[in-house]
Design a protein around this ligand. Structure first.
Ligand SMILES: [Zn+2]
Length: 330
């Protein structure tokens, strides 16, 4: 009896020393097990504009109207097939899960029967905080409702189920059922000038560092023997040039292009011979931009040897990002 009293007294003291306000903050780690800027990229952020316009936390346009979370993408369909883990952003208890939805682009599937999130997991972190992980790969969900998870525990794999046109995780944070941008916290004030994450950021310092703002990026550059489909979901594994008589096409997938940007495609063949050097100024900005350039083989076919293709995106005379791919024709 006496012991219970002591325990109660010590619990009361502890509670008094560290009260937990109902909406105390939360520290989030990155919810995917890949390097941002390496295998994964952040393609879309939370929309802070209440109108039909769009504004991310840096007052840029890396979002779509009403986007209530952020998208962590892999670069290609092959990356999705290889499997990139989705992991818990903080400790909590699994509230809901769904699996069984196919990884088919919404452009093809069209009717989602209200299952826009596709396969997913919702975690309750206490104090009104929840995180949701959507568009997971079919058959990949590894947790069950009621299960305790810790930050970093595997939940499933990045997929393309539900309302998705490319393989990605839609990561949403909610406080008392209200959507919150993890970069600003519930206060939601955007910072158009700062270089660091805004003061209200929910990210751990390590996560914030890895998630520096990148409004434009080259996602993938590769070579193909024929013009590949524009949609990444249809571009499963485009055949690369094999024969000396195949056309050589270099294609690029980028996000966040802006009006006035200049792109440059180049292919250098054996003996440093320039096969292609084509530049174009983009007259419009695009959240997703796919383009290509290529050459038919010369009379008698290509020389045997190594071909190196590069793609550069330039803004104001400066290279914003670039990609490269190479192959050998035998
Ligand atoms: Zn999304």
């Amino acid at each position: 009896m006496a012991q219970s009293w002591i325990m109660l007294a010590s619990m009361a003291l502890h509670a008094a020393a560290a009260p937990a306000p109902p909406s105390s903050s939360i520290a989030l780690s990155i919810p995917v097990n890949c390097t941002i800027g390496g295998q994964c990229l952040v393609q879309k952020l939370f929309d802070h504009d209440p109108t039909a316009a769009r504004r991310d936390y840096r007052c840029g346009v890396l979002t779509t109207d009403g986007h209530d979370g952020m998208d962590f993408r892999v670069r290609t369909m092959a990356d999705m097939r290889a499997g990139v883990a989705v992991i818990a952003a903080a400790d909590g208890t699994v509230l809901r899960v769904r699996d069984g939805e196919p990884d088919i682009s919404v452009k093809v599937r069209k009717d989602l029967n209200g299952r826009d999130a596709g396969n997913g997991v919702v975690i309750d972190h206490g104090n009104g905080w929840m995180t949701q992980y959507s568009h997971l790969r079919l058959g990949s969900v590894e947790v069950k409702p009621g299960q305790r998870v810790q930050a970093g525990d595997r939940l499933g794999l990045i997929g393309m189920s539900g309302n998705a046109e490319f393989p990605h995780l839609h990561f949403a944070v909610r406080l008392q059922d209200k959507s919150v941008d993890p970069f600003t916290g519930p206060v939601g004030s955007t910072d158009c000038k700062g270089k660091q994450a805004p003061a209200g950021s929910l990210w751990t310092s390590r996560a914030a560092q890895a998630l520096s703002y990148q409004p434009t990026a080259v996602i993938a550059v590769d070579l193909a023997a024929a013009v590949p489909p524009a949609s990444v979901a249809d571009r499963s594994a485009p055949a690369r040039p094999q024969q000396r008589t195949d056309p050589i096409i270099v294609w690029a997938d980028i996000f966040g292009s802006m009006a006035g940007d200049m792109q440059r495609f180049r292919i250098i063949g054996p003996d440093q011979q320039s096969i292609l050097d084509q530049s174009k100024t983009l007259d419009q900005g695009h959240l997703s931009w796919f383009s290509y350039a290529g050459r038919r083989p010369p009379e008698g076919g290509w020389k045997q040897g190594r071909y190196i293709a590069t793609y550069e995106l330039m803004r104001g005379g400066r290279i914003i990002d670039r990609g490269r791919s190479e192959m050998v024709i035998r």
